[in-house]
Design a binder for this molecule. Structure first.
Ligand SMILES: Cc1cc2nc3c(=O)[nH]c(=O)nc-3n(C[C@H](O)[C@H](O)[C@H](O)COP(=O)(O)OP(=O)(O)OC[C@H]3O[C@@H](n4cnc5c(N)ncnc54)[C@H](O)[C@@H]3O)c2cc1C
Length: 399
């Protein structure tokens, strides 16, 4: 007889959302998380209309709206004032917007819902490997007895080693660029901003995004600050570059950020982010499925990772009505076009924003702003940002 419960490894956005959507359908889930006491932390996220729709289906959108800030426009330019990106959600749909939210706020909502649903959630459980047979999957841990489940969902992020146990062609290339980021309280008089980016070629990039309140006890507006760095410079940056020099580089690129930088007084406020480009020929192998960054990690340039994770969870639950190998196979078919499009788009666009390339950003600066003024190109660009595209020329995700 098959084992009754489903194991999900990783209680990030993908794993927590999948546990919620499956539990809502009455499916018994055990969620394993390596961290003993997970804390609601993480960079500011732009939640797209797609991700918002999944939160609405979970009954969490109103709470998310109360915690975050609506973003109607994305604007990016060069120090000489050349507009590179100027996109407005309203031109995608009259009622569409992005939602700037701290990952911690999103995790707080998802974890609350997990508890409301009574999901079996085990922390301090670091999964080390698995074996599958015709009836189920045995999951092995670092310091606890193996557990037997009907199926296994891997949601343990881009750098998952468990993924390698799937008999599926795959690769995960650590991306050569990463970032430091922090959420700072907006000082008195700091202008209201939308999502704002400033680029110098592709080697310097500063991003600002409003993300609701700065912190639990701080009533001031929080602004997520993102500063791109090559991974080679990320390691030990505080000792080698130092906070003062880094702040001077930020202010030289975008002088308007200077008042905000007065809130950045200690190098430990800046957190490091590294990402990997994950590709898999398919996302299922028998009774095992990969979702979220574990299945399709990408750079955060397109602002899609958490949205994809939410959509994965939603679409998986929509298929979860039969035996698991078939459910997972149908899930792969259902997700293929959307995930392939964003994987390709991320690969093509990221070097234009984070690299030492010369030609690609030169072309970006000359043609993106100009192209964006053409209604068709703007439509395509904003649909890409909104997270709904399933192909380069046509195709829209239906949730
Ligand atoms: C700087 C930055 C900005 C971003 N901006 C955006 C944005 O604007 N919009 C957007 O949509 N996305 C954005 N993203 C991407 C988004 O944060 C990720 O795509 C998303 O959080 C991935 O969620 P996940 O659940 O798949 O993986 P993760 O969040 O990595 O969660 C994996 C979980 O698995 C656990 N785990 C790992 N190994 C094990 C193990 N062996 N056993 C048990 N548990 C394990 C980990 O502790 C973790 O809790 C950004 C990312 C970064 C770094």
């Amino acid at each position: 007889m098959p084992e009754p419960t489903i194991a999900i490894v990783g209680a990030g956005v993908a794993g927590a959302a999948a546990a919620i959507r499956l539990a809502e359908r009455g499916i018994a889930v055990t969620l394993y998380e390596a961290v003993a006491e997970p804390k609601p932390i993480g960079a500011g996220l732009l939640l797209q209309p797609t991700g918002q729709r999944v939160l609405a289906a979970m009954g969490l959108l109103d709470d998310a709206l109360a915690l975050g800030t609506r973003v109607d426009r994305l604007f990016g330019d060069t120090p000489t004032g050349r507009a590179v990106l100027d996109m407005s959600y309203r031109r995608f749909h009259a009622e569409a917007y992005g939602l700037g939210l701290q990952r911690g706020a999103l995790m707080g909502l998802l974890w609350r819902r997990l508890r409301e649903l009574g999901v079996d959630w085990q922390c301090g459980a670091s999964a080390q490997g698995f074996e599958q047979d015709a009836n189920g999957v045995t999951l092995r841990f670092a310091d606890r007895a193996p557990a037997r489940h009907a199926a296994l969902i891997l949601a343990n992020g881009s750098f998952s080693r468990l993924r390698e146990g799937m008999r599926v062609a795959q690769h995960a290339h650590p991306f050569p660029w990463g970032a430091v980021w922090t959420v700072l309280p907006a000082p008195q008089g700091f202008p209201q901003i939308e999502l704002r980016q400033r680029f110098r070629s592709a080697s310097q990039m500063l991003g600002l995004m409003p993300v609701g309140k700065a912190a639990g006890d701080d009533t001031r507006r929080g602004i997520n600050l993102f500063w791109s760095l090559p991974v080679a410079e990320l390691d030990g940056w505080a000792g080698r570059i130092g906070l003062d020099r880094l702040k001077a580089q930020m202010a030289a690129l975008f002088p308007e950020v200077t008042p905000l930088l007065t809130e950045l007084t200690d190098a430990t406020q800046l957190r490091e982010a590294r990402y990997a480009d994950v590709w898999m020929a398919r996302w299922h192998d028998g009774r095992v499925l990969a979702i979220g960054d574990c299945a399709h990690g990408m750079s955060p340039q397109l602002g899609q990772g958490a949205n994809m994770a939410l959509i994965d969870a939603h679409e998986l639950a929509a298929e979860a009505d039969g035996d698991w190998p078939q459910v997972f196979e149908r899930y792969t078919r259902r997700r293929r076009a959307h995930l392939r499009f964003y994987g390709q788009a991320s690969k093509r666009l990221t070097p234009m924003f984070q690299s030492h390339a010369v030609v690609a950003p030169w072309l970006r600066d000359r043609f993106f702003g100009w192209g964006g003024r053409l209604p068709y190109i703007h439509q395509q660009s904003i649909a890409t940002l909104a997270g709904v595209k399933t192909g380069w020329l046509w195709g829209r995700l239906k949730l």
